[in-house]
Design a binder for this molecule. Structure first.
Ligand SMILES: Nc1ncnc2c1ncn2[C@@H]1O[C@H](COP(=O)(O)OP(=O)(O)OP(=O)(O)O)[C@@H](O)[C@H]1O
Ligand SMILES: [Mg+2]
Length: 291
């Protein structure tokens, strides 16, 4: 385990500094306050500073309600911060969304039931006017990548949950994004399928070189997948710690890594960051899975 990577000293306002253009995500001084119907406010996020380097895999972990989904939605421009600045490859979050600079996969696969596997995967390409033959070629590559070549003509309700999730991941990769935003994409899967999907995600990421921002409740999942784990705490949601857990190149991380001392050290480090040293073997904060 090494020390945290150096953070660029980018200004939060004014034109984007050229140095930031090489970073996948730069979040500066971000706050998100929700105002309820009766004027009551919830500070979902405050003082968020986060840089995700190009090609880096960063997990966000923390108890339920600490603002993980909110942060991901802000990066994806599905919501707007009440203060601060977000850049995706040097562009505003809005511009990055317009440019389709990233792929998104959320907890529910979100497939269209009336479209086949192939038709679901090619949807983003179709929406952006990619021609039929180019679409067919790309879909063939993607179903191969996620191991579903034999299921291209199937419909979502003919697939298992894990297979549906793989379709969603293939769809998020359709436009070869350099950044993937994933919110508990494996949350609904059984443990064995989940581990298989984690290994598959590492392989896909090694092949594509994409940066990933990955929300999870599972400490082992965060440690297994990530280069860096960002720990958050609620009320108000903020980043309390960052832990480098780089266990080797994504392509070289096999199943045996889950039995490795370095893996257990990573799990302990993240657990202690979440709960303090005493809590490492005792109960967990609500909403965080320590298995
Ligand atoms: N649209 C909204 N309107 C009002 N409050 C919201 C809204 N979205 C989120 N919140 C509040 O912001 C806080 C953070 O929510 P968020 O969904 O980001 O948490 P989370 O860390 O993703 O939790 P979980 O692990 O349960 O998914 C919560 O207190 C939540 O109630
Ligand atoms: Mg959430």
């Amino acid at each position: 385990m090494s020390t945290s990577a150096p953070q660029p000293s980018a200004a939060a306002t004014g034109p984007t500094p050229p140095a930031d253009a090489t970073e996948a995500v730069v979040v500066r001084g971000v706050e998100r306050v929700f105002t309820g119907a009766k004027g009551a406010t919830v500070t979902a996020l405050t003082g968020i500073e986060l840089t995700v380097h190009d090609g880096e895999f960063v997990s966000l972990i923390g108890p339920s309600g600490c603002g993980k989904s909110t942060l991901l939605r802000l990066i994806a421009d599905l919501d707007e911060p009440t203060a601060g600045d977000i850049r995706v490859f040097g562009r505003t979050a809005r511009q990055a969304r317009i440019d389709q600079a990233y792929g998104i996969a959320f907890q529910q696969a979100g497939l269209l039931p009336w479209r086949s596997v192939a038709a679901n995967i090619e949807l983003p390409l179709q929406l952006h006017g990619v021609g039929a033959s180019a679409r067919r070629a790309r879909v063939a590559e993607l179903v191969e990548l996620v191991g579903l070549s034999d299921f291209a003509k199937h419909y979502p309700d003919q697939l298992s949950g894990g297979m549906q999730q793989r379709v969603a991941i293939a769809r998020s990769l359709a436009e070869s994004p350099r950044l993937l935003l994933m919110d508990e994409p494996f949350g609904a899967l059984d443990e064995m399928t989940r581990e298989r999907m984690q290994t598959e995600l590492l392989r896909i990421r090694a092949e594509t070189g994409a940066a990933v921002v990955f929300v999870t409740h599972s400490i082992p999942e965060a440690v297994y997948l990530s280069d860096r784990v960002v720990v958050m705490s609620p009320r108000p949601g903020r980043i309390t710690d960052e832990i480098d857990v780089r266990l080797g190149e994504a392509a070289e991380r096999g199943e045996d890594l889950r039995e490795d001392t370095a893996f257990f050290e990573g799990v302990t480090a993240v657990r202690e960051a979440l709960h303090g040293p005493q809590a490492s073997s005792a109960g967990a904060a609500r909403g965080v899975d320590v298995r």
